[in-house]
Design a protein around this ligand. Structure first.
Ligand code: BGP
Length: 459
């Protein structure tokens, strides 16, 4: 009983939100670099506002982020002091292939991550690598329209081949795409998609999703050839959708909402387009162009484990007028009167984690991995610079309790838990620094000011 002996406790980050050094080491420009802070961020992330290069009027938080590029040794040392067994990070595609189209990888980029992995391994920390955490080379966005073009499949496979070969003795756990369902909600950040006026957005998103799903399956196959010990996971932005009332129509709607997200994992884990999706795509007139072998590729290369982020449950109604309140949220949700919400309106539901874990385990019967969970909150250091974040500690404690219940009382097989933003970093949705998640505080503000000094929060 209890958690696995080799349970992977740790923290998670993503390159674009912590590394900085956006022009260093031969790195190329990526979609994440042109996402500004401020009111234009959301339309850019949603693929509704075209920003293909940086201008002088905006501040772009990914450029420096928390400068982990130069500080990773100090940061990993702090992780080790906390007893981390695992560190989830992502590789920036444009450090390895600056435009995405080079024939050989950029040695400086490869070397950077090699050193970083060595640093982890020195402390017995297992790296868990997200291959693509919201980044696409800008060159590929401009030339091909990013993932809408099948060409991206080959380029992604080439990128994976380079990193699998180079790190085959250092990294065992890989995630092919972070929050693969994000493509439906924020297509520019999820897949580099900018939607031109008059284009059929749904058609483009599902075609691009198909390309990512095929790419994910192809590299799963490749990974097993390169090192049969590799473990490959998919990654879902999870959180079950509750029905607003017990009216069967509300219940049906909540099932449909969950299926929008399960769609991706159904394919990555079960290997085929689910029946409900085939029907729904047909009804919407969406025609996914497939190559002859695609179905076979998807079927034969399913993932080893299911990873997911969990911040909150969601709530929906069958009544469009009731649901209208939810417009503008990344994951549309009604206010649940039984839950409190964070300062950013994310509803806090620890039992929802156990519910989500059970749903995923019942559905896929594969080991799970919680690779993101945490509370984004404003912290105010006291006069000595110390942060006492009992609210965050409570959040984590309550979620970890229900996580253990899911394992001990429900029998869910769980590989590990990495809390999101273990060191303060740039918020993906808002571009802010003040939406903090960390165990380690970083002195940096929304406008980019600050010393970048790291300090420990309350333990
Ligand atoms: C997930 C992303 C992360 C992370 C997290 C918290 O969607 O995978 O990159 O940022 O959410 O969200 P935010 O940074 O918007 O608070």
């Amino acid at each position: 009983m209890g958690l696995r002996k080799d349970f992977l406790w740790g923290g998670a980050t993503a390159a674009n939100q912590c590394e900085g050094g956006y022009k260093e080491g031969g790195r190329g420009l990526a979609n994440v670099d042109v996402a500004p802070h401020g009111k234009d961020r959301f339309p850019v992330l949603a693929g509704k506002m075209k920003m293909f290069e940086c201008d002088d009027e905006h501040y772009y938080p990914a450029h420096e982020a928390i400068d982990m590029y130069h500080n990773y040794k100090e940061d990993i040392k702090l992780f080790a002091e906390m007893g981390f067994k695992c560190y989830r990070l992502s590789i920036a595609w444009t450090r390895i292939f600056p435009t995405g189209e080079e024939t050989t990888p950029n040695e400086e980029g490869l070397k950077f991550y090699e050193d970083l992995f060595n640093e982890c391994l020195k402390y017995g920390i297992e790296p868990l690598v997200t291959i693509c955490h919201f980044d696409v080379p800008m060159h590929l966005v401009e030339k091909y329209g990013a993932w809408r073009d099948r060409k991206l499949v080959d380029l992604y496979v080439k990128y994976c081949e380079a990193i699998f070969n180079r790190y085959k003795d250092k990294v065992k756990y890989w995630l092919t795409f972070n929050e693969i369902n994000m493509i439906l909600h924020l297509p520019f950040i999820g897949a580099g998609l900018y939607i031109e006026e008059g284009e059929n957005e749904e058609q483009i998103k599902y075609q691009a999703a198909h390309h990512q799903l095929v790419a994910s399956a192809l590299v799963t196959e490749l990974a097993r050839e390169i090192n049969p010990d590799f473990k490959i996971g998919c990654m879902l932005a999870a959180g079950n959708t509750y029905a607003n009332t017990c009216h069967p129509e509300d219940v049906f709607k909540s099932m449909e909402k969950d299926r929008e997200n399960y769609f991706f994992i159904d394919i990555q884990s079960r290997g085929e387009y689910p029946a409900y999706a085939i029907k729904e795509l047909e009804r919407k007139g969406i025609n996914i162009v497939m190559e002859e072998d695609d179905k076979k590729i998807l079927k034969e290369n399913t993932v080893d484990f299911i990873s997911f982020s969990y911040y909150s449950s969601r709530l929906t109604s069958a009544d469009p007028e009731v649901n209208a309140q939810t417009e503008g949220n990344v994951f549309a949700t009604l206010r649940n009167p039984h839950l409190k919400a964070s300062e950013w309106g994310w509803q806090i539901d620890p039992l929802g984690l156990r519910i989500t874990m059970n749903s995923l385990y019942d559905r896929y019967q594969k080991p799970l991995f919680i690779v993101e969970n945490g509370l984004g909150a404003v912290d105010t250091p006291d006069e000595n610079g110390n942060v006492y974040d009992d609210y965050r500690i409570d959040y984590l404690r309550e979620h970890i309790k229900t996580m253990i219940d899911a394992v001990e009382l429900d029998g869910v097989d769980l590989l590990g838990y990495t809390s999101w933003g273990c060191i303060d970093l740039v918020s993906a949705s808002t571009g802010e620094m003040k939406k903090r998640y960390g165990f380690i505080y970083v002195d940096k503000d929304n406008d980019g000011s600050g010393t970048l000094k790291r300090s420990k929060r309350k333990f």
